[in-house]
Design a protein around this ligand. Sequence first.
Ligand code: GLU
Length: 511
Amino acid sequence: MLEPAKPRVRFAPSPTGSLHVGGARTALFNWLFARKYGGRFVLRIEDTDLDRSSPEKERVITDDLRWLGLDWNEGPDAGGPHGPYRQTDRLDLYRRLADRLKDSGLAYWCYCTPEELESRRNEFLARGENPRYDGRCRGLTQDQAHHFQREGRRPALRFRMQGGTIQVHDLVRGDVDFDGDLIGDFVLLKSDGTPSYNFAVVVDDHMMEISHVIRGEEHLTNTPRQIALYQALGLALPEFGHISMILAPDRSKLSKRHGTTAVGEYRERGFLPEALVNYIALLGWAPSDDRELFTLEELIQAFSLDRVVRNPAIFDEKKLLWMNGHYIRTLDEGRVLERFREMASFIQESHKQAEATKKRMAPFFDDLHKQAEAVKKWLPALREKIHTLSDLATLSERYLPGHLTFSPEALQTLVENRDVTAKILHSLSDSIAGSPETSGEGFKQIMKEIGKTLQIGGKALYGPVRSALTGEIHGPELVQVVPLLGKDEALSRIRTALQKMTKQEELSNGS
Ligand code: GLU
């Protein structure tokens, strides 16, 4: 591909739902393409589905885009020379152009009702053919039209498709041929006067001087319709590039049932925007080497449409988790805490908006300030272990006074060598009780002594102690944990563990 001079690209979300990873990737590729070649990134809101669109959803989408760092040069709020940038603010324009197409014979009024269209659609399907409009209203006489009008039918405006092959020169997929005869006359204006997607998109892409239309593969079959319109209107075509689908690891289309797909939910779960951006950049784009970690700036340098692949991309949340953990560890502690607080505020804010979110999130978010204190205290011990910012909350919560619960593995570790474990825990308890506060070094020393006296070491010694103090068999270094817990909490935990062991023994003895 020739290097484009100052391309104009757009991201054109319909505000009918939240921003998902697929949409975020489309936005990102467009943004990178614009930044790389000194072009302009336009945000256009395609809100002509009046029943499903809402300003609130538009706000959520734009907020998520900003959070990802994908800002736009022109758009509903930013303004620009080609506005307005919200389709419902452009309805007059579509209607004027539709009239022109009608007057020049390129379009005609169709009075077929949804029920009639549906039954003919089924007939096509029954014959094993592609359903399409059968052209019934193409040659209506004035009288027939008046008759339909008197019946109260409200017409839609249809584009008169020409037959023949329509070729899409796609920057990602190469040349793809479509048979124009199989497409049928499609709607330009719906009977409520709003434009169809295919019509509005051609008008807008042309008027906004979009040079490259980069979007998801699901729109490839719309492209021959759009090309037919450009040609009928005598307009130059933009370049097209359709990015492959994103699949789940089981190779089915990625959807909610596979887990989180909405950017906002990743935000709530404590993902960093730099991690999400880095990860989604690699969904369908392959850098020239096998490097995986990129900042936005580095992505701008490395990105090219030539390296966008045709094969579907597989969304692997495990890898995203790994990457997020990596990015968290690149931040200093102050920044991690700042990000944690940002996440907390975002959750509180979205709780206000949607009760459903609140139900999904763990109850500890009810008291985020208390949580933030615990997170601050435990961050040094936990930062090596976490994948998300919310891990910080869940993990540090375990160390709050009164929050000790034992995992089945930890319980098993405590009871399997009951007598030795009881000895270890009693000695530990005595030593901790006998000194003012136990430092990391002090704890090491105590453990050494106990090991020497009881003639054990390694896992046999540390396993029960870890289980007693944390309720888990894995976790941060005990030399960090013990001083952070403090004397009283450490002693109380050892007591709890010993009681638990006794209870377990009673249970297994059947008493
Ligand atoms: N509004 C369309 C969508 O959200 C955009 C299609 C396009 O980019 O042409 O899928």
